[in-house]
Design a protein around this ligand. Sequence first.
Ligand code: ARG
Length: 460
Amino acid sequence: AGGRLWGGRFASGPAQAMAALSSSVHFDHRLAPYDLLASKAHARVLHRAGLLDADELGRMLAALAELEEVVASGGFAPTVADEDVHTALERGLVERLGPLGGKLRAGRSRNDQIATDLRLFLRDHARQVVLALGHLQEALLEQADALADAPAPGFTHLQHAQPVAFGHELAKHAHALARDVDRLRDWDRRAAVSPLGAGALSGSSLPLDPEAVAAELGFDRAAANSIDAVSDRDFAAEFLFCAALLGVHLSRLGEEYCLWASREFGWATLDDAFSTGSSIMPQKKNPDVAELVRGKAGRLIGGLTGLLATLKGLPFAYNRDLQEDKEPVFDAVDTLLLVLPALAGMVATTRFHREVMEAAAPEGFALATEVADWLVRRGTPFREAHEVAGACVRWCEERGVGLESLAPADLPGISPLLDADVLAVLDVRGAIEARSTPGGTAPARVREQVGALRAALHAQ
Ligand code: ARG
């Protein structure tokens, strides 16, 4: 049978093209540590079932521990003949134990093994992603706190809308990331189901103990249906959704930094360590971190849609199509763990130019709402107040000036409802202070949010 796990009924080995198509060891080899964990749990169960005696169990566990070591040190190289990670590790076991190495396969199948391995891998790596996300949240909150009272233009439709505290802009990203963390935690609850014991699809006639194996591997429970156990890839698809949405959040954050660092905005200067130059234009300093993050959101979305397309229409239970589940998942994890530290570094080291943002804050008649709100406080219906404030804007626009240029003498000509008191609300800082409703942009509210986000982050 060569090194294969399935040679008995075949007169010949696979054609070279068949073997090349079938092979997954070049990418699933990274599941080896998780496969070995599951193997140790399975060995103990075989022992309790009376299928391995105490001496055999001892030798089996010692060989698995040795394999863990060589795998960790990079000393265990899969060969071209190893179809997948399970084949490679069984070979390693047989090389160490002889025929005893062949006993471990009793009662399990690669179908329940691979589903278990991938869940273990993902649960482990989701925790790493949450940790890396925490560093980015930290960096955002630090800057948000420092800029909690810095006036800046606020946009809708990328047009000046109303002034906001810039810390409010930064903190909004931290909220999106907090939801991502929450989503991954919630995902983990559903991922914490062990497929091991399902065998190929129907369970096992051997007296195994799937619940004990589940507990040993840190799962909350064993799968309740063996067919579902080997065909369910919801955990992978759902993880990829979490990763894709996180990617979308990071991309939107990246886009804003690109805008802020542009000459037209001039709000931010990126640190040299987190920007790049041009091979032809000596003056260039480009926001490549932000752009790469924006770009990589595309591959995260692609991974999700690719896996959903793979799963759609698959009959139950295991089908070889499912081998396609791993690469998008690995790629998503690798992408996030690459992108998050760079983004955290970029955010932490960006310098913002308060004076530029503050000077731009009232531009574009951004205080027009203050005029309308002032009238409302005096009893004018908002519908009419809106018209009057609009008339102020038109009056100023026709003269090429801003609302701050309005003088007491101009007001009666615009509307009899206006008097000199209204000029007091045409103040950026006052306008921001005044937006003190819960969740509003008043600096005190921004500090409150930052405090709550920090507390949630440190409670993790
Ligand atoms: N390499 C396979 C996968 O990734 C492992 C399971 C193989 N099972 C099988 N019946 N061929 O899905």
